[in-house]
Each structure stands twice: as C-alpha cells, then as structure tokens.
Design a protein around this ligand. Structure first.
Ligand code: GCU
Length: 329
C-alpha cells in the first residue's frame, strides 16, 4: 500500500513540475525504478541511459532514477510501468514471465550454451524485437537488456556436488513459474520471493539457499550469511529495461529515436562494466567475506532439467521463440 502511495505521489509531482527546457520546449520528466543499490553496475548503466537521454534531447527529456526497490519489488514496478505510475523500470527477465509468457524462455535452465551465444542472441534484433513488442497490449514494451551474468546456487551450509544433493533444499527463486519448475526438477524445494526479502530469509532460515550471480553476495550482502557458492551455471537471465507503452506511442519519431539509441548505447556501456564487477565481486566474496567457491557436476544438473526443454519445445506458446533462440545461437 505504502509503495503504491509513493508511486502515485511521484506521478502527481512529475505532472506538476513540467517546465521549459533551454530550447524553450516543454520539458518531459520521466521516472525509472529498479531494485539494485547505487553501487551496482546495472544502476550505473541506467544512470548512463538517463544521461544519454538528457544529452541527446538537449535537456528536453530527463529521467529520475529510483533505485534500491524504493518504489517496490520488481512485480510492483512492472505493474506501475503498465499503468504509467512509473515510466520505465529495470527488472529481471524472469520477473516478466507472469506478465508476458514470451519472457519465460529466459528462465529456462541451460538454454544458452555459453555467455557468447547469449550475447549473440540478445544482440539479434530479429529475436529480441518479437519479445520486446509482444507485451505492447499489456501496457509495456521492452527497450533493451543488460547482462546480469550467469546464475549459480549458493547455500548457507549444505555442500553440493550433483543435483541429488539439492534434495529438499529450500531454495529461493524469482517469482517465475519456470524458475519454480527448475528447482523442482533439480530435486530442491522452490520458494519464490522478491529479491529484497532474500537476505532476511537466508538469515532467519526461511530458506537454505538461493541462486544468483556473484553480485548478490557482495552488493546485496548475501555472502554475509551464505558461505558456499557452487558453479552450477544453470541460467543466464538478462535484466530488461521496459517502458510504459502509452508514453512510447505518444512520442514523436525523433524522441523515440533518442530513447532507443540511448538504451542501446547504455547496453554496450554496461558490457565492460559488468565483466569487471563480477570478477571483483567473486574476489571480494572470497577474500573479505570468506565465501568458498566450488565446481560441481554440471551435467547432472543439466540432465535433471531436460524435461523442461521438451516442454518448451512442445508448448505452442513457447516453441517458436525457443527454436528462434536455438537457431540464432
Ligand atoms: C538479479 C537481477 C535482479 C533480480 C535478481 C533476483 O540480480 O539483476 O533484477 O531482482 O536477480 O534474483 O531477483
């Protein structure tokens, strides 16, 4: 409820503060919400996006960023983006699954063969445009993606070598049906919850494990409570920048071009930043937080989730996009 009040307050403030830019045009002030702290590389790339929009529009468009889940969980900010309570948001591809089934493919474990093939697919507009525009009738569209690395399982105390060791392990997943099915197929007990709740849930023992890239250990401090990180490398889920559809439709061609170019350039900017940060996060987690990193029998995890691939290939809602991704890889 509180989150909704803040979303509504922002909408009113933005409406009241419309003013003139240096060039005399009516200034457009947009809002962008996401759940990462400001020292996270995704925040920095979003800040770059906002800066580029302002530069390219010569001050006629500006974007205020609300980080840290200030405007709510990913689910709440997607809902806000649908209604226009917030103009843009950055959320995980997995969080979009319950709003637009086309995104479910990103949560499919072992979908991409490597990080290189992930990038090849994500930089192929023929694949991504279909996904990005699929949700237009639901009130939002995708603009671009940000690399959010490879996801791995981490635990408070359980040691893991094969998928059999996942048996009964209460593992937090993103609120996505495919992620729930993934942990079930591995033998674990999935607990969907929003990212902001994971630290406390690990600490209090509501969950025994979670799965994410290594910045979860450092930027979100999960490494303080979870000391074992296993290279299951089970998923590469992109972060997505989405926009309210009405705002995009009301823009002139040149305004839209500014937004699209800024989005694309911020994705390239993010590339180097991401690789550096993940390396640093692993080093910090090891050296300063005493997290241990382990190799596992990846094949046993990949074998356990094969039935999910078959489901995606046979389901008419997902087979086209699954095949398109496989061809583009
Ligand atoms: C990643 C992603 C976030 C997401 C989080 C999660 O860190 O970048 O957008 O919220 O995973 O597991 O929920």
């Amino acid at each position: 409820m509180k989150k909704w009040i803040s979303l509504v307050t922002i909408m009113v403030l933005v409406a009241l503060t419309g003013c003139q830019s240096a060039s005399g045009e009516e200034e457009q002030n947009f809002t962008l919400a996401h759940n990462q702290p400001t020292d996270h590389p995704v925040h920095q790339s979003l800040a770059r996006f906002a800066e580029l929009v302002e530069e390219k529009s010569e001050g006629a468009m500006s974007i205020k960023i609300y980080p840290n889940g200030e405007l709510g969980s990913e689910r709440e900010v997607i809902e806000g983006t649908q209604t226009g309570a917030v103009d843009f948001s950055k959320v995980s591809g997995s969080a979009l699954e319950s709003f637009e089934p086309a995104y479910s493919v990103f949560s499919l474990p072992y979908l991409f063969e490597s990080q290189e093939s992930f990038k090849r697919v994500m930089n192929n507009e023929e694949v991504t445009n279909d996904i990005y525009m699929e949700s237009a009738d639901k009130g939002f569209r995708g603009l671009t993606y940000y690399d959010a690395g490879v996801r791995n399982v981490y635990t408070k105390s359980r040691m893991i070598e094969t998928s059999e060791d996942m048996s009964g392990l209460k593992t937090r997943v993103q609120p996505s049906q495919t992620s729930v099915q993934m942990i079930e197929a591995m033998g674990g007990t999935p607990t969907p919850m929003s990212y902001g709740e994971v630290y406390t849930a690990l600490q209090s023992g509501v969950i025994d494990a979670a799965e994410n890239n290594a910045t979860a250990l450092t930027n979100s401090n999960h490494g303080e409570v979870a000391k074992n990180y296993f290279y299951t490398e089970h998923a590469i889920v992109p972060d997505m920048l989405i926009a309210n559809e009405n705002i995009m439709e009301d823009m002139s061609d040149s305004e839209l071009q500014i937004i699209e170019e800024a989005a694309e350039e911020s994705t390239s900017y993010h590339e180097d930043l991401w690789n550096e940060t993940v390396e640093e996060a692993e080093a910090t987690a090891k050296e300063e937080m005493n997290v241990e990193f382990y190799e596992v029998d990846k094949q046993s995890f990949s074998d356990a989730v094969q039935p999910l691939h078959e489901e995606f290939q046979n389901d008419p809602d997902t087979s086209d996009i699954y095949n398109k991704i496989k061809e583009a890889e």
